[in-house]
Write a new protein. Structure first.
Length: 291
């Protein structure tokens, strides 16, 4: 009998690449790719790394983990094929757990010294950029969100086990930036990625970590997203688009000729394109404005 293994170099990496620019306080942690296919955020974090390679920080440090979920990234999917756990529902993780639980624990350990945490995600290819924060409960998260030049700040439902939710609960201000992109195959929205990159540069300017022109952002404050669903089966034709601000009772779209109206004033953070929908199918997400 002969028994042997033919080695195949598959280039699959399970380790986390952590890059730190500068040193000391304040310390800003940028994470991306916690959901492997949400690649606009990965693109943004890499743009920032290129910038910080060429521009020295005036004070403090920026720690960047561009690909927080390497095996999920390799598949361009939300979760790792090793255990299919959602990395952003299991923080602070478990150092003795499965791969994703151990990754959560490793990222958590890296986050303990951070003064500000920005976690980059994607809200789908038909999405629109917004900052997601538990801003109504945490004043420090509200302040951090207000320093980011992203058009909307949306109140989070605060689901347990998310890095930004658990960090806020532990006293470290943290927010998510949701960016258009991701989806099947991992689509980068270049424009949104660049806007988020500029928002991060602007944040570092306001924290006096970079010497640059500082413009105070003026985002729109919103309550929790309201998911719009199809009430019946049929052909959906949108009458609005992602990023559009709508008033109460404005027609968002029609299904078989019947109007689907907005429940209140707000901005659409997503709107599905024309297509066939079924009872309960998601149509779009509305961020209600807080006046
Ligand atoms: Zn995500």
């Amino acid at each position: 009998m002969r028994n042997y293994v033919v080695a195949i170099d598959d280039y699959i990496n399970k380790g986390l690449q952590v890059t730190v620019f500068g040193e000391g306080k304040p310390e800003v942690l940028i994470t991306a790719g916690i959901h492997g296919g949400e690649v606009t955020g990965i693109y943004t974090s890499r743009l920032l790394m290129e910038y910080l390679e060429k521009h020295q920080l005036h004070q403090g440090s920026v720690k960047i983990i561009s690909i927080c979920n390497p095996t999920a990234f390799r598949r361009m999917e939300r979760t790792s094929p090793y255990d299919n756990l959602d990395l952003n529902r299991i923080f602070p993780g478990n150092e003795k757990g499965t791969l994703t639980q151990r990754i959560a624990n490793a990222i958590w350990q890296e986050s303990l010294s951070a003064d500000f945490i920005i976690d980059l995600h994607c809200c789908g290819v038909h999405g629109y950029s917004y900052t997601l924060a538990v801003w109504q409960e945490h004043e420090s998260a509200r302040q951090l969100a207000s320093m980011l030049d992203i058009p909307l700040i949306v109140q989070s439902g605060g689901a347990k086990g998310q890095l930004f939710v658990e960090s806020c609960a532990a006293g470290r201000p943290a927010v998510i930036i949701e960016l258009p992109g991701g989806g099947q195959g991992g689509v980068i929205n270049e424009k949104a990625g660049l806007e988020a990159y500029n928002a991060l540069i602007g944040l570092l300017g306001q924290l006096e970590m970079l010497k640059c022109e500082v413009v105070k952002p003026s985002p729109t404050w919103c309550d929790k997203l309201i998911l719009q669903r199809a009430g019946f089966e049929g052909l959906f034709i949108p009458k609005t688009s992602s990023g559009q601000t709508v008033v109460k009772d404005q027609v968002l779209g029609i299904i078989n000729g019947i109007e689907l109206k907005s429940p209140c004033k707000g901005t659409l953070t997503s709107m599905r394109p024309m297509g066939y929908v079924f009872v309960g199918s998601p149509i779009g997400n509305l961020a209600p404005h807080i006046d």
